[in-house]
Design a protein around this ligand. Structure first.
Ligand SMILES: *Cc1c(COP(=O)(O)O)cnc(C)c1O
Length: 379
């Protein structure tokens, strides 16, 4: 497997071990510590949020955000359907009901039109959602202006799942800073990694302070151990945060590398009739975490699955687009709102889309190999 060309894998910057060494030198091998404090400050400053709290995973950060927004058993929470399961699992942890919202074609992300329809119906039924989880897929920001305007109208708070879009911007503002909360992930496949970890950000410092309380078993101030509400063990370790500090130093470099990878694919492949690279909405800047495209079945006979198998045989990793959550057996009983009566965009994207190797340390000749194989397979 060593020569396999990967979708996205860890890529260290160089300074990580210095920060880990500091943790060792001070014997601060613990949850919390100087690296955690610094990593939180540095990330908040990078994205332009007032406060941040580091967590054991991105999933944990979503769970904390929803808990802090008062999501409880029986509540509804709206969520983008075209995403990784982690966007929605925390809704189930809280005993709430996910309601899935379709994508729209220019961003592949939440359809403002479907969201509007869903909220109208929810208002009519006198059951507005407690929160909306909006995902920025593969680095591309959702249509945040429209979505925020609709959410404001119905007074529903936004959790922005920016697990895949750290370093991206929407109209000059960093992805992840548009909702009451934003979350990031530092899982091994993300644009920067801590081996595993996440971050919750907000401009509401009180809520972030409360998230730290909930993430450390919700321990009340007292000499003995005293607890009044349910808490979690969700904080990041001081060693892991050291990796994060080193990684953050190279984030902009990683974004540039990911974009260069995307541009090379685009230059080589976009002239193929029926092959369309993932769009980048005007006014947005995507970190291009994964390079993706769709194959129009009316013009190209090979299916994404066949292409994935061909690439796999050459030891190249490619994957389908996320399977929409409303199509998952786990969420069979959940409500779903389509983009329009004519089209379910997320299902179309799933049927036609493909993620290509986008590893920031992939040598150019390896990418050329991927490109050559795709050109051969499609001709
Ligand atoms: C990776 C990811 C997460 C979860 O992050 P973890 O750190 O793995 O828990 C959440 N949402 C999306 C869209 C992701 O891609």
């Amino acid at each position: 497997m060593t020569n396999r060309i990967l979708l996205s894998s860890p890529h260290m910057g160089g300074a990580e071990q210095k920060y880990i060494q500091e943790a060792f030198d001070s014997n601060w091998i613990a949850p919390l510590g100087a690296n955690v404090d610094s990593f939180e400050r540095e990330l908040a400053s990078y994205v332009g949020a007032k406060a941040a709290s580091a967590t054991s995973s991105g999933t944990a950060a979503i769970h904390l955000a929803l808990d802090l927004l008062g999501v409880r058993a029986g509540d509804d929470v709206f969520c983008s359907t075209l995403t990784f399961i982690a966007s929605a699992n925390p809704i189930l942890y809280l005993g709430a009901n996910p309601v899935f919202i379709d994508s729209e074609p220019t961003t592949w992300n939440m359809s403002p039109q479907a969201l509007q329809n869903a909220l109208e119906e929810a208002k009519h039924n006198e059951k507005l959602p407690k929160a909306i989880v909006v995902v920025n897929l593969y680095g591309q920001s959702a249509r945040m202006d429209e979505i925020a305007e609709i959410c404001n109208e119905y007074r529903v708070p936004i959790v922005e799942d920016a697990a895949e879009s750290l370093g991206s911007t929407y109209k000059g503002q960093k992805s992840g800073t548009f909702g009451t909360f934003g979350i990031y992930s530092f899982n091994g496949n993300k644009i920067i990694t801590t081996s595993g970890g996440g971050m919750l950000v907000s401009d509401n410092e009180e809520l972030i302070a409360r998230s730290r309380f909930l993430a450390t078993q919700a321990r009340d101030p007292a000499k003995h151990y005293q607890h009044s509400v349910v808490g979690y063990n969700y904080r990041m370790s001081n060693i892991v945060a050291g990796i994060g500090r080193g990684q953050l130093e190279v984030l902009d470099e990683r974004v540039a590398q990911k974009r260069a990878i995307f541009n090379r694919y685009e230059d080589a492949l976009a002239t193929i009739d029926g092959l369309e690279m993932m769009p980048e909405l005007e006014g947005t800047f995507s970190n291009r975490w994964l390079s993706t495209f769709t194959l129009n079945p009316a013009k190209i006979t090979i299916t994404p699955y066949e292409l994935i198998d061909l690439l796999d045989a050459a030891n190249i990793e490619a994957r389908p687009i996320w399977k929409p959550l409303h199509m998952q057996p786990l969420f069979e009983a959940c409500k779903f709102y389509a983009h329009s009566e004519e089209a379910v965009i997320s299902e179309q994207l799933f049927a036609t889309g493909l993620c290509l190797p986008s590893d920031s340390k992939m040598p150019i000749d390896e990418q050329q190999k991927v490109i050559q194989l795709i050109l051969q397979s499609l001709s």
